[in-house]
Design a protein around this ligand. Structure first.
Ligand SMILES: [Zn+2]
Length: 458
């Protein structure tokens, strides 16, 4: 029996050998090896002149193709490689200057020798899973790209996007959303030679330094799972805090998706924000966005949707009236200043009383001097100082004696105050609420189904 076993082992080893050498990257995890992603590390103005790679286990050169890795020359005896761009060719040398590769090639990739087993490679002194792709730029610099499996990419993303101390079900919901979002965003930076950048433009990625046990657990327990609508993976947008309602995607951007619908967010922790912007700042922001408003005269909310989000902001200037719609409001005035579209306007930042103003009923008008007398229906007369008179229409409050957003009065005021709730674009999953739902015992799939309409998780 023992002899038979030995024969079988010898036979299968011989039979498999040719396949092992042909099927590069062969391992027990072979099935997941066709889902590598390219994450830009140093690119554009941050491209480097040269760089150093380190691996305690040595290296494996090869090529990155079709989201897989084809092994080429092994370099098991080297712990440190020096990379330079020599007239458009990526040159690899050891630390003594001995040439190891005169041209890594356009799809060249350098992996740690133990890449099949979660090996770590140091780019300069920062550890990454997977390997490094180096692209020569015509100006002599090098674009540096981390080439790693989707699941390992998520290991380095999740903590930056949600925080490793949160409940496991919230982290799992975040893992599925981040995986779906990444899959749909592949090739976003293809003109620069990679799929995803490591910033909020795509998803914040910190590499191996960003990994925590709870994060690895959340990614592993949802391995490969994504969100689908009608059988196709969805763009799983997410953001921090809804302010009470999420938004239909077409109320934020200029496209529509039937799975990105407004939902009443019953689990939203309160997130108030407040900012006073000077009219000069607003004018400068408009100019930077290509609008010629001239001196700002008033800022008015022109339209809201039924969740209360502002759909149009009318900014009247001396030269032109500018209508900022939907997310253009935040992108123009600053998405970290105007944290959400759920806001109100007040002029309480104003410091200067209007020089003159008028109350009109359409046919006759009065011009208050320093104070005004308000007479209620039951005959009560109240005297109010000119610059302390407020008007409220159910949505916003204006101080009539100061600069007004109502169009009733004109005066000089340097500021407008925005106060609102929530943080982020408002489309898809609200992370603060996902965290709250997990605390209340909801599972990750229940959380995802709450925020994405008519979807499948598989
Ligand atoms: Zn990006």
């Amino acid at each position: 029996m023992q002899r038979l076993k030995t024969i079988i082992i010898i036979m299968s080893t011989y039979l498999l050998l040719p396949f092992i050498s042909v099927m590069s990257g062969f391992s027990v995890e072979a099935a997941s090896y066709d889902n590598y992603v390219k994450v830009g590390l140093k690119y554009g103005n941050n491209s480097v002149q040269s760089c150093t790679l380190r691996s305690e286990e040595g290296f494996q050169l090869g090529t990155a193709e079709n989201r897989g890795f084809e092994a080429g020359m092994p370099l098991p005896a080297y712990e440190k490689l020096i990379i330079t761009n020599e007239r458009g060719a990526i040159v690899v040398q050891d630390e003594d200057g001995v040439l190891l590769s005169a041209d890594l090639g356009s799809n060249g990739c350098i992996m740690p020798a133990n890449y099949n087993y979660g090996g770590i490679l140091y780019y300069e002194n920062t550890p990454y899973r997977g390997g490094i792709i180096l692209l020569p730029n015509s100006n002599g610099t090098i674009t540096v790209i981390n080439y790693l499996m989707m699941e390992h990419y998520l290991y380095g993303v999740l903590n930056s996007e949600m925080g490793y101390t949160n409940s496991i079900e919230a982290l799992k919901a975040q893992a599925v959303a981040a995986r779906s979002f990444a899959e749909l965003s592949l090739g976003k930076h293809s003109e620069a030679g990679f799929d995803l950048c490591p910033t909020t433009c795509c998803q914040v990625y910190r590499g191996y330094s960003g990994e925590y046990p709870s994060i690895l657990k959340a990614v592993d327990e949802t391995k490969g799972k994504m969100l689908y609508h009608n059988g196709a993976p969805i763009s799983a947008f997410y953001f921090k805090n809804s302010g009470g309602y999420t938004q239909n995607v077409e109320d934020v951007w200029s496209f529509s998706r039937s799975y990105l619908r407004a939902v009443e967010d019953k689990y939203c922790p309160i997130y108030p924000w407040n900012i006073t912007l000077s009219y000069d700042t607003i004018q400068a922001d408009l100019e930077a966005a290509g609008f010629r408003s001239g001196t700002i005269e008033s800022v008015v909310i022109n339209e809201r949707n039924k969740t209360g989000a502002v759909m149009e902001l009318k900014i009247t200037g001396s030269e032109d009236t500018v209508y900022l719609k939907k997310d253009r409001i935040r992108s123009t005035l600053g998405p970290t200043k105007i944290k959400s579209l759920m806001f109100e306007l007040t002029d309480n930042g104003a410091t200067e009383a209007a020089s003159s103003w008028t109350i009109s009923n359409g046919s006759s008008a009065i011009k208050p001097d320093s104070s005004i007398f308000i007479i209620s229906g039951d005959g009560v007369v109240k005297k109010i100082e000119n610059n302390a008179l407020h008007a409220y229409n159910g949505i916003e409050t204006i101080i009539l004696g100061k600069h007004s957003s109502s169009g009733i009065t004109t005066g000089k005021s340097p500021t407008v105050n925005f106060s609102g709730y929530g943080y982020g674009h408002g489309v898809g999953m609200a992370q603060d609420s996902a965290i709250e739902m997990a605390k209340q015992g909801f599972t990750y799939d229940e959380i995802l189904e709450y925020f994405y309409t008519d979807i499948e998780i598989k």
